[in-house]
Design a protein around this ligand. Structure first.
Ligand code: DX5
Ligand code: ZN
Length: 218
């Protein structure tokens, strides 16, 4: 099954519960929460308090993407707030193996994410026990950026490795996903699709969700 994970980064925060209801009505599978600290990325968003509110608004799984320094210090708080998936950046974590194990011990699914300039060879030693690999198809920090095509090569390679070795990870993409490229990304072997501006940036959020979901479900 292909998973659509709308990112609330581009949502209208003055009416978050309505915005989440709209994507639920359109068939969204997860809610993607982008956590930014103004240090790892040049933007600041929100923390566990908002994730906890999202958890009260929806029964959908919550996919937390940590774009922060020292993510180890905050993992527990986000899981307590209701995160089902916690994804940390390979570029920031010193002991990836340990961090993945800790996320799992605390009862969540463990994801690792790499920036556009980071090769997938940096993940070779964790492929057999991570629950999810997130490929950034923009430099993290902002919604509405242009999709970087080198991410397609990474997805294809990860899909091949998964098949060859019977790995279990979900392959997720984040950044610049739209109706124009989601089919190509899906065909490359991607399982989960984050979409911010191409959903919440549209006048009809539910219709935009349905449209993306239909393409990946084909
Ligand atoms: C970017 C975030 C993304 C962002 C994607 O740093 O990680 O999740 O919301 O936004 P779009 O879909 O507009 O590129
Ligand atoms: Zn994200």
């Amino acid at each position: 099954m292909k998973i659509l994970a709308p990112s609330i980064l581009s949502a209208d925060f003055s009416n978050l519960s309505q915005q989440i209801r709209y994507v639920e009505m359109g068939g969204a599978d997860w809610i993607h929460c982008d956590i930014m600290d103004g240090k790892f990325v040049p933007n600041i968003t929100f923390g566990p308090i908002v994730v906890e509110a999202v958890n009260r608004i929806t029964n959908l799984p919550i996919d937390v993407h940590l774009m922060i320094e020292d993510p180890d210090n905050y993992i527990e708080q986000f899981i307590n707030a209701g995160a089902d998936y916690v994804t940390v950046h390979q570029e920031e974590v010193k002991h990836l193996n340990r961090t993945m194990a800790r996320i799992k011990e605390l009862g969540a699914k463990a994801g690792v994410v790499i920036n556009p300039a980071t090769p997938i060879s940096t993940l070779t030693e964790v492929l057999d026990f991570v629950d999810m690999i997130l490929i950034m198809s923009v430099n993290p920090g902002f919604g509405g950026q242009k999709f970087l095509r080198n991410s397609l090569t990474k997805i294809k390679k990860l899909d091949e490795l998964k098949k060859e070795n019977d790995y279990n990870y979900i392959i997720e993409i984040d950044g610049g996903v739209s109706v124009d490229n989601i089919k190509t990304i899906s065909d490359a072997g991607c399982n989960a699709f984050v979409a911010g501006s191409s959903i919440f940036g549209k006048d009809n959020v539910t219709a935009a969700t349905v449209e993306l979901k239909n393409i990946i479900s084909e």
